[in-house]
Design a protein around this ligand. Structure first.
Ligand SMILES: Cc1ncc(COP(=O)(O)O)c(C=O)c1O
Length: 409
């Protein structure tokens, strides 16, 4: 089956046709309605409101070489396609691809590059992305340069004729730096490079990078999209059919697809994404303000605080909130930070983020341990930094949990 036939297959034509209709319709579907209905049509065979989970590796064909809509689950699976349809609609794309993890999705995007190409990436990126770029893709002859994507002048200077991809996170992990996505896309496109945005922290509820000029939006679906710490997955969404075809070809050739159970769980998670994210943002904003006033806290990194250097851009670029991730540094020593991260009762000491339960971790020792220490410190990720993923618990309980373990003046 050709990639083109996949994009034109009945499930994806729901994305292309339905979404095109949304664009031209006088009464467009709003985000929350799309999250529930696009790609999640009633099962025509049984009338089931929730589409069934298609647990099959292969599909019987009408004839030899006469291909049906699906042929083999690496190439396409109805449960995965249903999720991809919803994701494409939520991110304003023409098509989405669901992967076995966020890293598999990033790797899929990086495979667009060839030996000799350079990727520019933000200085504030997930440790696993840093590791992929510096310790895996370098072996394939792909060069990487880190740039502060919040500084458009510095970004402009960093491009060379070999730069083929700009990869950024906004908000960044773990320092919550903000990149002006439209500004970055303008710079990158002037230099003939593609722009990929890891939008895991923002979710399509808060930011839709394709609407701001990005070429690829990426998610670790493990986080907010799934939302319940019970699946591992990733996604790429694009609004260009040719780019979709190239990414589809790479995914089918390399095989890191999301399984049907995970696809079902992720589709279920998307139905409450907006409700969860907006509430988590409200709690995070209150916690950030409270921490900012706390005598034991030296610095809070949260784009919703007016003292954050990216606050103005974030206010323009993010709808409805500034995200539910925040980081902070204590006035005390690294040992104080370690003790705080290990002592909370509700905030659980774990990597990952974006789910209903709140998590705490020191990035230097956990999520960003794969950075070279010198490079990490040079990019402002201090040993004593503490990162919070704010869940859906009551603000007062989370505040009290932190207050009980923060050093007294
Ligand atoms: C911003 C960001 N991007 C990508 C990833 C990788 O996703 P996964 O763990 O699903 O492979 C993570 C994981 O923590 C992340 O935080």
């Amino acid at each position: 089956m050709s990639p083109r036939s996949v994009i034109a297959s009945s499930c994806c034509s729901v994305v292309v046709v339905t979404f095109t209709e949304h664009r031209s319709s006088a009464v467009p579907m709003r985000f929350q309605t799309k999250a529930i209905h696009v790609g999640q049509e009633t099962d025509p065979q049984t009338g089931a409101v929730v589409p069934p989970i298609h647990v099959t590796s292969t599909f019987v064909q009408p004839g030899a070489g006469d291909w049906g809509e699906f042929d083999y689950s690496r190439s396409g699976n109805p449960t995965r396609k249903a999720l991809e349809c919803t994701l494409a609609a939520l991110e304003s794309g023409c098509g989405a691809l669901a992967y076995s993890s966020g890293m598999a999705a990033i790797h899929g995007a990086m495979m667009l590059l060839e030996a000799g190409d350079t990727v520019l990436a933000g200085t504030d990126i997930y440790g696993g992305t840093y590791r992929l770029l510096h310790k895996v893709l370098n072996h394939a002859g792909i060069n990487v340069k880190l740039v502060p994507t919040g500084d458009l002048a510095a970004l402009e200077q960093a491009f060379t004729a070999e730069t083929k991809l700009l990869w950024l996170e906004s908000p960044g992990n773990p320092l919550l730096s903000i990149a002006d996505i439209r500004g970055c896309a303008d710079v990158a496109h002037r230099h003939g490079a593609l722009v990929g945005v890891d939008s895991t922290f923002a979710t399509p509820v808060l930011t839709r990078p394709l609407e701001l000029g990005a070429d690829i939006v990426m998610h670790s679906a493990t986080k907010y999209l799934g939302g319940h710490s019970d699946l591992l997955g990733g996604a790429l969404v694009v609004d260009d059919e040719e780019l979709y075809d190239r990414l589809y070809f790479i995914q089918n050739a390399t095989g890191a697809v999301m399984g049907p159970f995970e696809s079902f769980l992720c589709s279920r998670g998307l139905k409450t994404l907006q409700l969860r994210v907006l509430e988590q943002c409200r709690t995070a904003q209150r916690l950030a303000e409270w921490l900012d006033d706390h005598p034991a806290v030296d610095r809070v990194y949260y784009p919703g605080l007016p003292n954050h250097p990216g606050h103005e851009v974030a206010a323009r670029q993010m709808d409805g909130g500034f995200g539910a991730m925040l980081s902070f540094e204590l006035k005390g020593s690294y040992d104080d930070a370690k003790r705080v991260a290990e002592s909370t009762r509700l905030f659980r000491l774990a990597v990952s983020l974006g789910a209903v339960e709140s998590l705490i971790e020191p990035p230097a020792a956990m999520s960003h341990a794969s950075y070279d220490r010198e490079d990490r410190l040079a990019h402002g990720i201090q040993d004593g930094l503490i990162r919070l993923s704010v869940g859906l618990e009551a603000f007062e309980d989370l505040r009290d949990d932190l207050d009980a373990v923060l050093p007294r003046g």
